[in-house]
Design a protein around this ligand. Structure first.
Ligand code: FES
Length: 154
């Protein structure tokens, strides 16, 4: 992990606070989250206090401080998806995958996240599982998706 952090640092000038956001984004892209031990090192590299680095990271919803589960499920709760019943879908996902929104299951198989509009309202309701996008999800399809995820992780 240390080597990958140094490789990321090498792309940004030291002591330049404007590098903070892109640096944090790149660390998260590489590792899936922002490991605690990296935040202080980022601060030292950019000459910023660690609490400033943490404060900026905590301000933006895009950053995570814990690793994701094997399957990262995102359910949209924007207006169009909400009108098509996404809140019921969220309840179903929570119940069957045993994970609460905003969390990762104890066995680290599933992370469930509620998102704002994914920019595909014409396909509402929508769901993402890792990089797979599911448009116009019907209740029957949701059941199939849940069953498939459970089978893949048993
Ligand atoms: S409201 Fe769900 S994609 Fe826009």
């Amino acid at each position: 992990m240390k080597d990958s952090l140094e490789a990321i640092f090498s792309k940004y000038p030291a002591n330049r606070k404007e590098g903070l956001l892109p640096l944090l984004q790149e660390i998260q892209r590489e590792h899936g989250y922002l490991p605690d031990e990296f935040l202080g090192k980022v601060g030292k590299y950019l000459n910023l206090p660690a609490n400033k680095v943490y404060g900026v990271a905590a301000f933006y919803d895009q950053f995570r401080f814990r690793p994701l589960g094997h399957y990262h499920i995102r359910i949209c709760r924007g207006t169009a998806c909400h009108l098509f019943g996404s809140s019921n879908y969220l309840s179903e996902l929570e119940k069957h995958l045993k994970v609460k929104a905003g969390n990762t299951s104890r066995d680290k198989k599933f992370s469930l996240e509620v998102t704002n509009c994914m920019g595909a309202c014409e396909s509402a309701p929508v769901l993402r599982v890792n990089e797979d996008f599911y448009p116009h999800v019907s209740p029957e399809e949701l059941t199939r998706i849940i069953r498939s995820l459970k089978e893949k992780t048993e």
